[in-house]
Ligand binder design. Structure first.
Ligand SMILES: Nc1ncnc2c1ncn2[C@@H]1O[C@H](COP(=O)(O)OP(=O)(O)OP(=O)(O)O)[C@@H](O)[C@H]1O
Ligand SMILES: [Mg+2]
Length: 1052
């Protein structure tokens, strides 16, 4: 639904407020000067300029009367008169179109601006380019350059100059040179297809372009990407008087080879084509279509278009021309029909579609989405459908072209980016179309972005940092943006609703709806809503939007195109551009307005993510004449671009600001207090630094997190100081580095020396040890040979060693206990000493042993000594008895109480179970033998059977075998005694020892070999015979002897 629009910029109302205001670009060049410093800075900044350069002021901030618009324009005029087309407002470049080649874009000029500070040299587009490039590299932040101005002001030229600057000055490799060429060559191609001669500009861009140039880490261009915005497609079918269609049509007809034209069914005469003569000026003196065609053809090859692709593209161009010449007439039945068959034939061939289908598409419209039902079109409708098809085909081919160029420029890796925005400026014609609405809306959005990015944020920043600041009033055009794009209530929403609702969209109902919803809005007027004078200026079918840059009237016209036929095209480009789903889908597509709104939102997002620089282009006259300066026209642009507000903000604010850490990091080397590192608070560090640098109070302010510097001069001086300090810093760094390197080298050498000394010492020690070892081995061997000789030099070492090792063996391994009889074998020379030592050792051990003996143990020992005195080597069972300890009593609790009582005061010192053999008959009877201090008793149960006083005990006899027999000899004459007692006991050694000790009869123990005689009665004797056998046996033998067989345990 395009608009024809009546526009009016006549209004003197100053709605052109606050444009492109100051912006905290990272560049070093924000200017805002107070009165007193103007001259001084002026002098500094212009000291390097030539006399001609010094005409007027090269930066408007230096204007004394900076609030005077007349002074502003006079400055522009004077400079323009001297062909000085560039002037700054701070970092913003104002460029006036000279309309002639000024020869200021040579390679030498580029070199002049390369790496040079912004203000050190006269203003130039190259200075902006270089500054942006350096900012991208040093700050590592993506940049964008926003070029604005009205049609013909020189935006596209400026963007081309920037691109050329990068192509020439940036480092390139072979591969990169291809990308560079493609980047450069994309311009003539896009201009051929997207630019046209208009009344305002012979090479007017009829599409918006945002181009990203990608740079690698070395700063070389490595890729690019182009975003295109809404091509003015209406130009394909209609041009205002004095205007042309897109250049490519004329270029093809003028420059194309004859064969090629014949193939396309074209004649070399633009007059023959209706679409090319609507503006009645197919030829323009300033344009050479023939040579431009050559340039375009070459550029297509450089970019990498295949021949088939070029052919398909030309087929589309030619088909648009044929469409334009397709005429309609009335058939016999009054139906609309095509009257120019030859064009239809070419069309079907060039578009690669079926002839009858194309015919139907041009004369009928589909009623359902799937196109099964169609209805014939009226003559006017058929013409409109034809034009719509031509526009659609051309528009999509253009989009395809951009995509194809993007493919050839694509780079996937990481890169830094500089974006160039060359978008159509605010535009008003006598008759305008929907595209103008979009163009103006686009400018509205950009204006909003600039306000957001610059003025608003600038003022907010001062507030946040607590910096005193005089607010500058500005007009915020958000209200207009909202009017256009607000959800549900905005202009685009209402337009969408009207387009997408079922049935035919009607201009009247749309206008009514607009009036209902937007009526009363300060920036929206219709004939009905307006009053007085305004009402006359707004037609009944029009509405007026009051844009930030002027008032524009719009009217509504419908349009329809049957695209389904193109979806079947054999033409590769068209088949890629038109998709079947578009015509078959039931879903309503997004309207052009919504699409444009969304693409703009994306563009704003892209721009917001980058650091912007601005170029403001001004057109000096409408006649495209060089040297003519139309003051009224320029004043209008100065107002409309808001340059005066721009200047006011620059003068009121601070030129430069930096976060404390960044500022300190960059300049800390200039102050001994902050170099190499500042340890305290950042703000204090910055204060110390600026004090050292001699900043005056009026030159800077310290905010909460940033330092604000009022004059660029201050910063330049600091930069110069840094520049001057750099060699010293480099020297310091070099010195430190060399010092470090030398120290490292010295350490390496020192370590090497120490290591080699150490290794030498180790080797010497090892050699010494080896020598020594060899010597010893030699001595040892010799000594071994002479070991039996008297001590002599040959065996001296060996003998000493023997002695030494004997003594060391003894030291390390002495006998562990008194029972340990082991003793190392001494060498012959130490035999005597060894015996001595052995004895001493034994004595020592024994002494130690004795000292350790407890009383009970001593008693035990004493008994054992007695036992050994009696039995050692006398009785066979003695050795087994040695390790068995003697006990105090063998009876324990078995003592009979009655017996104890009977014994009275005589305490039982020992008791043991024994077997008593009768003297006659040898009957064995169990008894207990109890020993007291003066007698022994035999007890049978509770009865005392026999008492033997120790005084009466004559002797004790035992055998030498292992049996347990003992005979206690008592005098038979003594009536009290019952003669000798024969007893057998398992603990005979213990019993005899105790008894002999208590009775003091140690010498009265007889140990008999074979037999023991004992008295049976007075004068009567019996004998016990002992023999060795396998086991203990007691029996009565012949002759009345008691025969005892003792087990042979330990034969001697
Ligand atoms: N720096 C310049 N030096 C010489 N001529 C220039 C310069 N800038 C612009 N021109 C002339 O002005 C013409 C219009 O410039 P340009 O095409 O860049 O305008 P524009 O701002 O892009 O307009 P539009 O919005 O219509 O595209 C150029 O074709 C060229 O002849
Ligand atoms: Mg342009």
């Amino acid at each position: 639904m395009p608009f024809s629009l009546n526009a009016s910029l006549r209004s003197g109302r100053s709605v052109l407020c606050a444009l492109f205001l100051c912006f905290p670009c990272l560049s070093l060049v924000f200017a805002s000067f107070t009165f007193g410093f103007v001259h001084q800075v002026h002098r500094v900044m212009e000291s390097t300029l030539t006399a001609r350069d010094r005409v007027g002021v090269q930066d408007f901030v230096l204007l004394e009367n900076y609030t005077s618009e007349a002074a502003f324009i006079e400055n522009l005029r004077r400079r323009f008169g001297e062909k000085l087309i560039y002037t700054y407002i701070g970092s913003v470049l104002v460029s006036v179109n000279p309309y002639k080649d000024l020869e200021i874009y040579s390679k030498a000029h580029m070199e002049r601006y390369r790496g040079v500070s912004f203000y050190e040299i006269s203003p130039h587009i190259y200075a902006v380019s270089d500054n942006t490039y350096r900012a991208m590299r040093t700050e590592r932040r993506d940049q964008c350059i926003l070029i604005s101005g009205e049609s013909g002001a020189g935006k596209t030229e400026a963007s081309k100059k920037i691109l050329q600057y990068y192509a020439t000055t940036c480092p390139v490799t072979d591969h990169m040179s291809t990308i560079r060429d493609r980047l450069l060559q994309s311009n003539p191609v896009l201009e051929a297809f997207g630019n046209a001669k208009t009344l305002r500009n012979d090479n007017s861009s009829r599409f918006g372009k945002y181009m990203d140039v990608q740079f690698d880490f070395r700063g070389a261009p490595i890729g690019g990407h182009i975003l295109n915005y809404l091509l003015e497609k209406s130009r394909v079918v209609h041009q205002n008087h004095g205007e042309r269609n897109f250049h490519i049509f004329y270029q093809l007809l003028e420059g194309g080879e004859q064969d090629q034209l014949s193939k396309l069914g074209l004649e070399r005469n633009a007059q023959k084509y209706h679409y090319l003569v609507k503006g009645c000026c197919p030829r323009v003196s300033s344009i050479n279509d023939k040579s431009d065609w050559k340039t375009v053809r070459k550029a297509l090859t450089v970019i990498g278009f295949h021949e088939e692709e070029v052919e398909d593209l030309l087929n589309i161009i030619a088909s648009v021309l044929h469409l334009g010449n397709t005429q309609f007439g009335e058939g016999e039945d009054g139906e609309t029909q095509i009257t120019t068959e030859s064009h239809l034939t070419y069309l079907s061939k060039l578009l690669g579609v079926d002839g009858p289908a194309l015919r139907e598409a041009l004369t009928h419209k589909k009623l359902t989405a799937k196109g099964e039902e169609v209805s014939p079109l009226s003559f006017e409708q058929a013409v409109a459908a034809r034009d719509a098809l031509a526009k659609a085909v051309y528009g999509r081919a253009f989009t395809w072209l951009v995509a194809k160029i993007n493919q050839s420029l694509a780079f996937k890796g990481s890169s830094s980016v500089i974006g160039l925005l060359d978008i159509y400026g605010f535009e008003v014609f006598q008759h305008n179309s929907f595209e103008q609405f979009c163009i103006n809306y686009c400018n509205e959005k950009l204006q909003q972005l600039f306000i957001k990015l610059t003025l608003k944020s600038e003022q907010e920043e001062y507030e946040a940092e607590g910096i005193t600041w005089e607010p500058v009033k500005y007009f915020d055009n958000k209200i207009i943006c909202d009017l256009v794009e607000e959800k549900h209530k905005g202009f685009i929403s209402i337009l969408d609703e009207e387009c997408l609702r079922p049935g035919e969209p009607s201009d009247i109902s749309f206008l009514e709806k607009l009036e209902d919803t937007l009526g009363g809005h300060a920036h929206f007027v219709t004939h009905k809503l307006a009053n007085g004078k305004t009402r006359k200026a707004v037609g009944r079918e029009e509405f007026r939007l009051i844009h930030y840059a002027g008032e524009v009237n719009y009217t509504v016209n419908g349009e329809l195109a049957n695209q389904s036929v193109i979806c079947q095209s054999d033409n590769q480009i068209l088949s890629q551009c038109f998709h079947r789903e578009e015509v078959t889908t039931q879903k309503r597509p997004e309207t052009a307005a919504t699409q444009f709104k969304n693409s703009l939102a994306k563009l704003i997002e892209i721009l917001m993510s980058k650091e912007p620089s601005y170029v403001r282009c001004i057109k000096p006259n409408d006649a495209k004449q060089s040297g003519r300066f139309d003051e009224a026209l320029v004043r209008h642009q100065v107002k409309y671009l808001g340059l005066m507000e721009n200047l006011r903000v620059r003068r009121a604010g601070f030129a430069y600001r930096r976060r404390y850490e960044a500022f300190l990091q960059r300049y800390k080397s200039l102050c001994p207090g902050t170099w190499p590192n500042w340890q305290g608070r950042l703000a204090d560090g910055v204060a110390t630094l600026v004090q050292h640098l001699g900043y005056k109070a009026e030159e800077y302010k310290l905010g909460k997190t940033k330092i604000f510097i009022r004059f660029p001069k201050t910063l330049f001086t600091t930069e110069d100081a840094l520049e001057a300090r750099r060699p010293a810093l480099a020297l310091t760094l070099q010195t430190s580095w060399r010092g470090y390197r030398e120290r490292a080298k010295y350490h390496r050498i020192r370590n090497a020396v120490i290591q080699s000394a150490w290794r030498g010492m180790k080797s010497r020690r090892k050699a010494r040890r080896r020598r020594h070892a060899a010597e010893i081995i030699r001595k040892f061997i010799k000594g071994f040979i002479y070991r039996h000789y008297e001590r002599c030099p040959e065996n001296e070492y060996f003998l000493d060693h023997q002695r030494f090792s004997f003594l060391m063996t003894l030291v390390r391994n002495p006998p562990k206990s008194v029972l340990d009889k082991s003793w190392p074998v001494p060498p012959p020379s130490l035999t005597e000493a060894s015996e001595h030592l052995c004895r001493l050792c034994m004595q020592n051990m024994m002494r130690a042993y004795c000292r350790r003996i407890q009383p009970e143990w001593k008693k035990q020992m004493e008994q054992k000594v007695v036992a050994s005195q009696i039995f050692q080597d006398q009785k066979d069972s003695y050795p087994q008895s040695v390790p068995k300890l003697f006990v105090a009593s063998r009876l324990g609790r078995e003592f009979n109480l009655k017996v104890i009582q009977t014994l009275g005061n005589d305490k039982v010192k020992y008791g043991v179970a024994v077997t008593k053999y009768d003297r006659r008959g040898y009957k064995a009877r169990p008894r207990q033998l109890l020993l007291t201090s003066s007698f022994a008793v035999l007890v049978a149960e509770a009865k005392l059977k026999q008492r033997i006083d120790y005084t009466a005990l004559r002797s004790i006899s035992v055998s030498s075998l292992t049996d347990g027999f003992m005979v206690l000899h008592v005098p038979s004459e003594d009536n009290k005694q019952k003669s000798d007692v024969v007893l057998q006991c398992d603990h005979v050694i213990e019993v005899v020892t105790k008894l002999a000790t208590m009775a003091d009869k140690k010498n009265k123990v007889n140990i008999s070999q074979d037999s023991i005689k004992f008295a049976v009665a007075r004068g009567k004797e019996a004998v016990i015979d002992f023999t060795s056998g396998p086991e203990l046996k007691v029996a009565k033998g012949k002759k009345g002897h008691l025969l005892v067989t003792a087990p042979q345990l330990n034969p001697r």
